[in-house]
Ligand binder design. Structure first.
Ligand code: UD1
Length: 327
C-alpha cells in the first residue's frame, strides 16, 4: 500500500507522514517546499511539485503505485487570506480540484483531507458537533469548506471516498522533538508562548482577559500533533476497509485557556513566560472545543497526549531549533 502525502514537508504533514510509514505503508511526499522543509521529509521518497501540476501528480501516482492520498498542501494564514483572497482560492481550491480530477482519472479512490474547525466560525454552542452549521469567517476557512464540498460531490458521483478531518488547535512537536512547527510562519498561541519563554520575542500578548470564560482568557481545544497524525492513519484504515465518506472533528473535547497554557509552560520550562494583557484580537471568539465522539466511535481513535505533552514537546523542539526549521 502506498500513500501519497501532499504537503508532507510541512508541520502536520511531516509528522503524519512518519506515522503513516510506522503503520506499515510506503509513502511518497509531494510538496512545493514553498513553506515546507526538505529535511522534514527525511528519507521518504519525495517529489517537489505543486498539486495543481497534473502531469507531475499523474507521474507520481503511476511511478509509485499510489493507492490512497492524504491531502495537506494548502496556504493556512487566516490574515493573509483576507488580504489576498485570490491567492487562497487559486492555491487551495483550484489546486485541490485539479488534484482530485487527476486522482479520479488515475483510479485513486481514497482521500483523507486536512480540514479545519475554522469552518464553524463562531460556534453557536460548545462542544461543537459536525452537524452544527458551518459559518466561515475567513477566506481560509471558506477554501477548506469548498474543498470538503468538492470531495463530497466526487463521493456522490464517482467511486471516490474521503474522510475530511476538521482539526481543532494543532500544537506540540513530534514525540522525539525532531519535527515541529516553524515559528516564523505561525500566528498561533503555542509558538508565541515558546518564543516568549525562550527570550526570542518581547512579552507575549494575551488577547483579552475579559472573555466570558472561567479565567477571562480565550479557551481552545489543543490537540497534540502526534495524536492528530494517528487520526489520519485511522482515517486511511477506515477507507481501505471499505468505510464510507465522513467528516469528523479531531480534538480532545477539552477546553484550555491561554493562562492555563502559560502556567503549564512556566512549570515545564522552569521559568516565567513574560506576558501582558492587551485588547481582544479582531475576529477572535471566546470558547471553542470539539465534540469528538464521532471520530472516537467510528475509528476507535483516542487522543493519548495531554497539555503537558504538547508543551514539553514544543519546548524541546523550539529550544533545539530556534531558526524555526529542522536543523
Ligand atoms: C486560529 C485561526 C483559525 C485557525 C487556527 C489554527 C484566527 C482568527 N483563527 O484560531 O482560523 O484554524 O488558528 O491554525 O486567526 N492568543 C493570544 N496571544 C497570541 C496568540 C493567540 O492570546 O499571541 C490567544 C487567542 O486569542 C486565542 C488562543 O490564544 O484565545 C488561541 O489562538 P490561536 O492559536 O491563534 O488559534 P485560534 O484563534 O483558535
Amino acid at each position: 500500500m502506498t500513500t501519497l502525502i501532499t504537503g508532507g514537508a510541512g508541520y502536520i504533514g511531516s509528522i503524519t507522514a512518519r506515522a503513516i510509514r510506522a503503520s506499515g505503508r510506503a509513502v511518497v511526499v509531494l510538496d512545493t517546499l514553498e513553506n515546507g522543509h526538505r529535511k522534514a521529509v527525511g528519507d521518504a521518497p519525495f517529489v517537489q511539485a505543486d498539486v495543481a501540476d497534473a502531469d507531475a501528480v499523474r507521474r507520481t501516482v503511476e511511478e509509485h503505485g499510489v493507492d490512497e492520498v492524504v491531502h495537506f498542501a494548502a496556504y493556512k494564514a487566516v490574515g493573509e487570506s483576507m488580504e489576498n483572497p485570490g491567492k487562497y482560492f487559486a492555491n487551495n481550491v483550484t489546486g485541490s480540484q485539479k488534484l482530485f480530477e487527476v486522482l479520479h482519472t488515475c483510479g485513486v479512490e481514497r482521500v483523507v483531507f486536512s480540514s479545519t474547525a475554522a469552518v464553524y466560525g463562531t460556534p453557536s454552542r460548545v462542544p461543537v458537533r459536525e452537524t452544527d452549521a458551518a459559518n466561515c469567517e475567513s477566506v481560509y476557512a471558506e477554501t477548506k469548506l469548498m474543498i470538503e464540498k468538492t470531495l463530497g460531490w466526487y463521493s456522490r458521483t464517482t467511486g471516490m471516498r474521503s474522510v475530511c478531518l476538521r482539526y481543532f488547535n494543532a500544537a506540540g512537536a513530534s514525540d522525539d522533538a525532531t519535527l515541529g512547527e516553524d515559528w516564523r510562519f505561525s500566528q498561533n498561541l503555542v509558538p508565541h508562548v515558546m518564543k516568549a519563554v525562550l527570550g526570542r520575542s518581547p512579552a507575549l500578548k494575551v488577547f483579552g482577559n475579559d472573555w466570558p470564560t472561567p479565567d477571562g482568557t480565550g479557551v481552545r481545544d489543543y490537540i497534540h500533533v502526534e495524536d492528530l497524525a494517528t487520526a489520519h492513519v485511522a482515517a486511511l484504515d477506515h477507507l481501505s476497509s471499505g468505510g464510507a465518506s465522513v467528516t469528523c472533528n479531531v480534538g480532545t473535547g477539552q477546553g484550555t485557556s491561554v493562562l492555563e497554557v502559560i502556567a503549564a509552560t512556566e512549570r515545564i520550562a522552569g521559568r516565567k513566560v513574560p506576558h501582558e494583557i492587551v485588547g481582544r484580537r479582531a475576529g477572535d471568539v471566546s470558547e471553542v472545543f470539539a465534540d469528538a465522539s464521532l471520530i472516537r466511535g467510528l475509528f476507535g481513535w483516542e487522543p493519548r497526549r495531554h497539555l503537558d505533552d504538547i508543551i514539553s514537546s514544543a519546548y524541546a523542539w523550539h529550544s533545539a531549533n530556534p531558526d524555526g526549521h529542522p536543523s
